[in-house]
Design a protein around this ligand. Structure first.
Ligand code: SF4
Length: 378
């Protein structure tokens, strides 16, 4: 089971918290599409290796591309790779860039899942984040997506904003539940280096919410969405049964994927590589028939195990039976004391060789991952 990620590096405006690579001054995207198709073609060694089960248009703002451009990219992938007929094909959508007609055309181009960057149902939050859309745009986008015939719809929400209160978070969650979407990604606001938000926090122009409130907001989010019938299947992701993101689940299962476009990452058989993150260098490499790869790393067993712990603990857990088989080593025995400590403190459950964090464990998942990583490297 393999996936393809396409990084579309354009945005109308840079949001203050965002550290994803994107350009804001490009209006003509046809040159980019031409080079993206060339990059996909250059991966001929991979075209027949594994069936492609998921395609994901992320960014940036992929909904700035015309539906005909999306269709051209999907057709090229389907022509070159073995793509499963039921493949999940997701498009990230910024509510400020689409209308009903455009969404209908995306549906006709082969997109069968939307991930809508709603972020909040409060206009003060959206202004603070410097999003280009309003609450009304977000709500309209969800209803237009349904009218356009999309059934698999997810939205993104951000919590622990300085503009947010417990009451406004509860309101946000209720509107999200009432919108009857089947996937919600809820992230706490992170201050990433190099962003405008980082500068504002550094200058003390903005005071972030303290850790205790952030934990309380995470707790409320988990409880609120679980009681509305969402499965909490990854630290920041909630899905109605059968609507988990297959593409992201592939990442968390350490499956193979190829990433195309500037800054896109790939992972294939224990090797990871990532692309140059400036668009003109990306073009110039491809113009010379060279892959636009910036760096490559081969993961050794210790790194692979560490990643498996990190990814597994944040999602559906760590399967020690599989791990022991794959690496021919008794990891259950190696981590016996830690597993015992976690289960006796109700931070995790251990059944049939499978360790999964409880809600209390998920709240400190990074800390628990560090304990496994530390013990794995001694
Ligand atoms: S629209 Fe998305 S990718 Fe673009 S700047 Fe905002 S958060 Fe980043």
């Amino acid at each position: 089971m393999a996936g393809i990620y396409l990084h579309i590096p354009f945005c109308e405006r840079k949001c203050i918290y965002c550290d994803f690579y994107s350009e804001t001054n490009h209006k003509d995207h046809s040159v980019f599409v031409k080079f993206l198709l060339k990059e996909i073609e250059l991966y001929s060694d991979y075209h027949n290796l594994e069936e492609i089960q998921t395609i994901y248009f992320g960014g940036g703002t992929p909904s700035l591309l015309h539906p005909l451009q999306i269709s051209e990219i999907i057709n090229a992938i389907q022509k070159l790779f073995k793509v499963n007929q039921q493949a999940e094909i997701t498009l990230e959508v910024n509510p400020g860039t689409v209308d009903l007609q455009k969404l209908k055309e995306y549906k006709n181009s082969g997109i069968n899942r939307l991930s809508i960057g709603v972020q909040s149902f409060n206009d003060d939050d959206l202004k603070f984040l410097s999003r280009i859309h309003s609450v009304a745009d977000g709500l309209r986008c969800i209803s237009d997506a349904k009218e356009a015939g999309f059934e698999n719809i997810g939205i993104d929400l951000i919590y622990s904003l300085p503009t947010q209160t417990i009451e406004s978070l509860l309101y946000n969650l209720q509107i999200a539940i009432d919108a009857k979407v089947n996937h919600i990604s809820a992230y706490s606001l992170i201050v990433e280096e190099g962003t405008q938000l980082h500068q504002l926090v550094k200058n003390k122009s903005i005071l972030m919410v303290d850790e205790a409130i952030e934990t309380q907001m995470m707790d409320i989010t988990i409880d609120g969405l679980k009681s509305a019938g969402f499965d909490h299947y990854e630290i920041s992701n909630f899905a109605k049964p059968g609507y988990e993101s297959k593409h992201n689940s592939n990442y968390w299962n350490h499956s193979n994927y190829l990433g195309f476009g500037p800054s896109a990452h790939s992972f294939w058989k224990n090797k990871r590589w990532w692309n140059i993150d400036t668009i003109f260098s990306y073009y110039s490499r491809l113009e010379n028939n060279l892959l636009p790869i910036s760096e490559t790393e081969n993961l050794n067993t210790e790194q692979l195990i560490n990643e498996k712990f990190m990814l597994g603990l944040r999602s559906r857990g760590v399967d020690f039976k599989l791990l022991n088989e794959e690496f021919n080593h008794d990891y259950k025995l190696q981590f016996e004391n830690l597993i015992h400590k976690l289960t006796s403190n109700q931070l995790a459950s251990y059944e049939n060789g499978h360790l999964r964090l409880t809600k209390s464990g998920i709240m400190i998942a990074d800390e628990i991952s560090r304990m496994f990583i530390l013990r794995n490297s001694v």
